[in-house]
Design a binder for this molecule. Structure first.
Ligand code: NFS
Length: 672
């Protein structure tokens, strides 16, 4: 029988973004396959997507489809060992948390190791940049920052503080006793008490992840509630541990982000320049590449080769890290990594860890693009084969040497462009790089340096609430559409949006990260606040490990007062409209158990086990104040979040204030 012809994706149906549509079409014209075409040809398994396929032993995979028409009466479905649908879905769910938490936390560990090398001055390339943050982090890790001299408290030697902080930080991954230090020092006191009461305060980061793998092995934990307890521990260890340490230590090493102007989308690439695209997650590598690429020596070398200079741009969270600290433009989201190469202008793409599609190796081999893997834990089978893919192991002790080699490869490749260059013109201006510190400054009004004004604007109703909208792209849904529609609906309803990850890049591409977008898209209250203080209605808070910044901003709002005494009391909600990675599940879960109502789109890996799903969708609110929800339709998705925000406003007794603020003058006069 003849092989069935492969289907091609419809570019317009596949992506909301015009630049991406053009590149998908171009790829098809050139016969280069992309993720969009693969999605058109391979259907996902509905049983796995619903969470009820168990492959934790070789008697399976045991697949437990949800009967058509749902479960009537008792759910009799079982795997060979007798595991119920609830057990299987809970096991799979917490294994996803383990995957996500380990990715974030191992990234954090890598940063902590470099931080230690910098503190001990064993590396030339990395230095401590932000000593104010170092002192704050040291205190949160229990390191004394002052000492008594002649009866007075004076600051201790900063180098000693740095080494002790590095030791304390690294200890968080594997200490043999005690509990995660940030749980107590950074989370609101009421939240810590909730975790204590539920018995879920993490002991250390690694242990909680390992214990998930143990408990989900065949024949261990067979109670979905108990399994979730462990999932919760590991998620807290991620959000308030591994991820938060990654963010804090990166800020100390590379500087705490501050609002910076840049641009986003494939149109940031330049035909007449060497295009080096940096993709992945850890700033350890990319920071040095940026420094090297900006040296006169490299710029001159690029000019010798006939280029007008070097254009760096970033994909995925490396993009977010680089834009927030250096204004390096964002090239695109997760689903645009192949498309950047298809422009024919990508002279080199350098990758480290996470969210790197193996197919970029095949795409690179169709063009002149040199693809360089750099991390010992993230190689590709293609980096051993002849072709454009190679491995340069990046070593922090020889960071500048390695980065120079990589930048030179890109420059040397400029003259080898084969295909006609076709860079879409689409790009948007953006302001990125907000954080706990800059929100405090920008929204501080006359009281610069406090959260009071933000709280006041929430209390008086100009800002209805705050949403954290985050997460990936997913080729099972139209690229970026869910992100944009959810965010636009939220800001239209006066909800301030904090964004990270690929949602941040999607919003950037749509022009939502500019102060000017407030007048176009926001409700009257939020527009007024944004226009007064000059901020965008969607604040870019960085990469996915920087979701910890959202937690900390929420903790600051609690501290500033007037809105309850825990995150669960705040008019806030979380969302990941196009999630796909295990990291997103870990993030979603630490949002939930920190007290945030969190809605996911596309699919929900619990839908095949209704009892278990009900437990984390509804029962969890009683345990943690936050709970999961699922909604594919972006407008309904946003309105579920708004309904939760309104519920919290009502509970705080501030629902009436908002009605007053939104009345116009004639309404108010009529009332008088
Ligand atoms: Ni986050 Fe960053 Fe994007 Fe998803 Fe991947 S890049 S860590 S996982 S796809 S948001």
């Amino acid at each position: 029988m003849a092989e069935k012809a492969k289907k091609l994706a419809d570019p317009v149906a596949a992506s909301y973004d015009v630049a991406s549509q053009k590149m998908i079409k171009r790829a098809q014209d050139l016969g280069v396959e992309t993720v969009f075409d693969r999605a058109a040809n391979m259907k996902p398994c509905s049983i796995g997507a619903g969470g009820t396929c168990c492959k934790n032993c070789s008697m399976g995979p045991c697949r437990l489809p949800l009967p058509k028409g749902g479960i009537e009466g008792k759910d009799e479905r079982k795997g060979l060992c007798g595991a119920t649908a609830n057990t299987i879905a809970a096991r799979n769910f917490i294994r996803m948390i383990a995957g996500g938490a380990s990715a974030h936390s191992d990234h954090g560990r890598g940063v902590a190791e470099v931080f230690m090398a910098a503190a001990k001055k064993k590396t030339e390339a990395y230095k401590i940049k932000d000593t104010t943050k170092l002192l704050a982090v040291a205190a949160d890790l229990g390191i004394a920052t002052t000492e008594e001299v002649d009866g007075e408290q004076v600051q201790r030697n900063i180098d000693e503080i740095a080494v002790e902080t590095a030791e304390a930080a690294l200890n968080e991954w594997g200490k043999s006793e005690g509990e995660l230090l940030y749980a107590k020092s950074k989370a609101p006191a009421a939240l810590y008490e909730t975790w204590k009461k539920n018995g879920v305060v993490p002991r250390n980061i690694d242990r909680e992840i390992v214990e998930i793998m143990h408990r989900t092995h065949i024949g261990v934990d067979q109670n979905y509630q108990n399994l979730m307890k462990q999932g919760t521990r590991a998620a807290i260890a991620d959000g308030w541990g591994g991820s938060m340490l990654a963010t804090d230590l990166q800020d100390i090493l590379f500087g705490t982000p501050y609002p910076v102007a840049s641009e986003a989308n494939l149109g940031v690439m330049k035909k007449d320049m060497v295009n080096l695209v940096i993709h992945g997650h850890e700033p350890i590598l990319s920071e040095i590449i940026v420094a090297v690429a900006q040296t006169q020596e490299m710029i001159d070398y690029a000019k010798e080769k006939g280029a007008n200079g070097i254009q760096l741009s970033g994909i995925c969270c490396t993009g977010n890290e680089l834009v927030q600290r250096h204004g390096v433009p964002l090239c695109g989201t997760f689903l645009q990594q192949e498309l950047a190469i298809i422009t024919g202008a990508c002279d080199a793409m350098v990758v480290d860890i996470q969210c790197i599609m193996q197919n970029i190796a095949n795409v690179a081999n169709c063009f002149h693009t040199k693809l360089i893997t750099t991390h010992p834990i993230a190689r590709m089978e293609q980096d051993l084969e002849p072709g454009n893919v190679s491995h340069i192991e990046f070593d922090e002790h020889h960071a500048v040497r390695d980065a120079t080699r990589i930048v030179k490869i890109a420059i040397d490749n400029f003259t080898n462009r084969k295909a006609e260059v076709m860079i879409p013109e689409e790009k948007s201006p953006i302001i990125a790089g907000f954080g706990v510190e800059s929100i405090e400054y920008h929204l501080g009004g006359t009281f610069r340096g406090s959260y009071f004004t933000l709280n006041d604007n929430i209390i008086n109703g100009r800002i209805r609430g705050v949403a954290g909208v985050v997460g990936c792209n997913n080729a099972r849904t139209r690229h970026n559409e869910g992100h944009i529609e959810v965010v636009k609906e939220l800001i239209k309803n006066d909800v301030l949006v904090l964004t990270t990850g690929c949602n941040a890049i999607a919003c950037a591409m749509e022009g939502l990260l500019t102060p000017e977008s407030a007048a176009v898209y926001c409700g009257p209250g939020l527009a007024e606040v944004c226009e007064t203080v000059g901020i965008p209605p969607v604040l870019h808070l960085g990469s996915c490990v920087d979701n910890s910044r959202i937690l900390l901003a929420a903790a600051e709002v609690v501290k500033a007062g007037g809105l309850g005494n825990d995150i669960r009391d705040l008019p806030v909600a979380g969302s990941a409209p196009e999630w796909m990675s295990e990291k997103a599940i870990s993030i979603g879960h630490y949002f939930v158990v920190s007290g945030v109502y969190t809605v996911f789109g596309v699919t929900m890996p619990t839908s095949g086990a209704p009892v278990f799903q009900d437990y984390i969708f509804n029962e969890y609110e009683k345990l943690y104040g936050g709970m999961w929800d699922f909604e594919i339709d972006p407008i309904k998705h946003a309105h579920k979040m708004i309904a939760h925000i309104d519920k919290k406003r009502k509970a705080l007794g501030i629902d009436k204030a908002r009605e007053r603020v939104l009345m116009d003058m004639s309404d108010r006069q009529a009332l008088d």
